[in-house]
Design a protein around this ligand. Structure first.
Ligand code: AMP
Ligand code: ZN
Ligand code: FE
Ligand code: FE
Length: 292
């Protein structure tokens, strides 16, 4: 008899970053979606871990603790770099280097939101306070929170419309923020006992392509795997990511990158195999939390 295939969605967001479900609601929704295990990976924080962990027994959904770390690949000698999102799984929550990194990124994000809101306020009726009111205190503030202020002001119906019109890098409102070098982040994650997985590496509609040579450097620094199955990857890009992973001997993952009502992404729309998750747990400093 074959072992039961677990339903595992290892990349989601809560109100501890730019998702719209609290960690408790996220766990409840994961149960309703029939998931066995969920990865909570808020941007640049471990804030939601404890609340989500406290819901494991009552929801019956296991918890894979993680963070989506904002970074950048500095290629071609350009100071701008290209956006990289690096998932870190099961790192020690009190690691001083990771904590310092998150604090630095949070303050860079705040400066950037201030600048963007200054530009946007010339054309739309929002203030910085309106934006801050959309985020829990201390979270890595980002464009989705600006979007929520624009929606509240009645300017747009949803986040997607805000990104299409105001928040994408092709608009005059867009401002970049400092983010750490992605290869260095892989080293920092490993040093903290974490397991680094490159999130949506070919989401080329919203991020400039990062050359495979940089992925090679990440692999040398300790990269564990690549996220292949993600709604921002076309079928062709899924094959391309799988090919890169095979070339370097890396496992691949899949996820929803669920943000609650903030995005159309639905829990469990892409998933990851149990064998890959077991390897992540083997290499991580912390255990997966399963229901009793
Ligand atoms: P930021 O972190 O400020 O650069 O904003 C990027 C975040 O915005 C991503 O992590 C996504 O969660 C979210 N995002 C990007 N594009 C969209 C979109 N079209 N609709 C809703 N959320 C989006
Ligand atoms: Zn997000
Ligand atoms: Fe991401
Ligand atoms: Fe994400």
């Amino acid at each position: 008899m074959s072992e039961k295939q677990l339903r595992i969605d290892p990349h989601t967001h809560s109100t501890c970053s730019d998702g719209t479900d609290s960690p408790t609601e996220l766990m409840e929704n994961a149960a309703a979606a029939g998931l066995d295990l969920i990865g909570l990976t808020d941007h640049d924080t471990v804030e939601g871990w404890d609340e989500a962990a406290s819901c494991v027994n009552k929801t019956g959904v296991g918890l894979l603790r993680g963070t989506e770390v904002s970074c950048r690949a500095y290629v071609d000698g350009s100071p701008q770099g290209r956006t990289v999102h690096m998932l870190s799984y099961l790192h020690k929550s009190d690691d001083p280097d990771m904590t310092a990194l998150f604090n630095k990124t949070k303050s860079a994000r705040m400066g950037r939101v201030e600048k963007m809101v200054e530009r946007i306020a010339a054309d739309y009726p929002i203030t910085l306070d309106d934006v801050l009111a959309q985020a829990k205190e201390g979270v890595a503030i980002g464009r989705p929170h600006i979007a929520d202020a624009l929606i509240k002001a009645g300017c747009f119906p949803n986040r997607t419309a805000c990104f299409d019109e105001v928040l994408n890098p092709r608009t005059p409102y867009y401002v970049q923020y400092w983010a750490p070098d992605a290869v260095e982040v892989v080293r920092i994650i490993r040093h903290a006992g974490g397991v680094p997985v490159y999130a949506h590496p070919r989401a080329v509609k919203r991020q400039r392509l990062v050359p495979t040579s940089v992925i090679r450097d990440m692999v040398k620094a300790g990269l564990f795997g690549l996220e292949a199955y993600h709604r921002d990857h076309s079928a062709e890009w899924v094959v391309a990511v799988q090919t890169i992973a095979d070339h370097f001997g890396l496992p691949t993952t899949g996820s929803s990158d669920y943000h609650g009502d903030g995005k159309p992404n639905r829990l469990g729309e892409n998933m990851t195999s149990c064998s890959v998750i077991k390897r992540i747990e083997d290499e991580g400093a912390l255990p997966i939390i399963w229901p009793d």
